[in-house]
Design a protein around this ligand. Structure first.
Ligand code: FES
Length: 141
């Protein structure tokens, strides 16, 4: 059992409401766990539901050469975190900063309307991670 991912119990849409891409990232999340050597870490929390997402980046020469995540969240939050790490890996800081929650939703092939807000965690985690990186003077590589 993966100890870096906690599936938050709550009333949610049945898994059959999610598309195959979302289910794949939920059942087989990519890049899970704290990242050794991360020099940018962002934490995002949804105050309404209490779900939390941590994004870890290893940035070298203006590019995220590695990324991982941990979460306490619903199926959509887990899938969004997993997809987010795939989106940012190999991307420049400029491209990462431009990622919005809808980009994550689109990459997942859509989320049920009731769960679209869960992607906010991804956007907030990016912002927090980049803030953390800049707070270190962007020189902690
Ligand atoms: Fe909280 Fe999905 S219900 S992020």
């Amino acid at each position: 059992m993966n100890t870096e991912i906690t599936r938050a119990p709550r009333r949610s849409p049945p898994l059959s409401f999610y598309n195959d891409t979302v289910l794949d990232h939920y059942e087989n999340p990519r890049n899970v766990g704290a990242l050794e050597g991360a020099n940018a870490v962002g934490k995002a929390e949804n105050s309404a539901c209490g779900d939390v997402l941590h994004l870890y980046l290893r940035i070298e020469d203006g590019t995220a050469v590695d990324a991982s995540f941990k979460t306490f969240g619903c199926a959509a939050a887990i899938a969004a975190g997993s997809m987010l790490t795939e989106m940012v890996r190999g991307s420049t800081l400029e491209k990462i900063a431009a990622i919005r929650k809808q980009d994550v939703v689109d990459a997942l092939g859509g989320l049920p309307p009731l769960k679209a807000h869960c992607s906010v965690l991804a956007e907030d985690a990016i912002e927090a991670a980049l803030l953390d990186y800049r707070g270190h003077g962007e020189d902690s590589e």
